[in-house]
Design a protein around this ligand. Structure first.
Ligand code: FES
Length: 167
């Protein structure tokens, strides 16, 4: 009887051990499957080097599959304290270049210094604020962090938190 109990205890412990190892291995495998791939993690950030940009220069970069515009303002352009990003001594306008009406991509008219949306005639000024037509709100500012003369899109730095009212 006591020998049976010992055998039973041993089998129980052995089975428990195997189950624990199996559960641990399963958890490790599940974590591996759920974690984003390194390429996906790095794709979440886009670095924009501002050092070579001339005054009035406009460029569009891709961030998480969306177009993001960066415009280095000239001294003559209207300043928007609530939206401008100041890096060094320069002011930049920055936004996700997607119309807030129905999602078309407005194009920037350098001569008129405004964005025009071809879909329904909406317009935004150089700060990205809606000024005409159906767009209900300004273009969204993506999360960013200033790193020297670079913008890192996808990270919430103190300047972004201040602009978005999170600081
Ligand atoms: S989608 Fe831009 S005005 Fe309608």
């Amino acid at each position: 009887m006591s020998e049976n109990m010992n055998r039973r205890d041993f089998l129980g412990m052995a089975l428990g051990g195997v189950a624990a190892v199996g559960a641990g291995a399963t958890l490790v495998a599940m974590k591996g499957a759920w974690d984003p791939l390194p390429s996906v993690i790095s794709a979440g950030f886009t670095t924009v080097d501002l050092s070579g940009m001339a005054e009035g220069e406009f460029k569009t970069v891709e961030w998480r599959g969306k177009p993001v515009y960066v415009l280095k303002k000239t001294a003559a352009m209207k300043k928007c304290e609530d939206r401008d990003v100041v890096v060094g001594n320069a002011d930049y306008s920055l936004g996700i270049q997607i119309c807030t009406h129905l999602g078309c991509i407005p194009s920037y008219d350098k001569g008129e210094m405004k964005f025009k949306c071809a879909c329904h005639g909406g317009e935004f000024d150089a700060c990205g604020k809606n000024t005409f037509g159906p767009p209900p709100t300004p273009m969204e500012i993506p999360p960013f962090r200033i790193d020297g003369e670079k913008l890192v899109l996808g990270e919430e730095g103190p300047e972004y938190k201040k602009l978005s009212g999170k600081a």
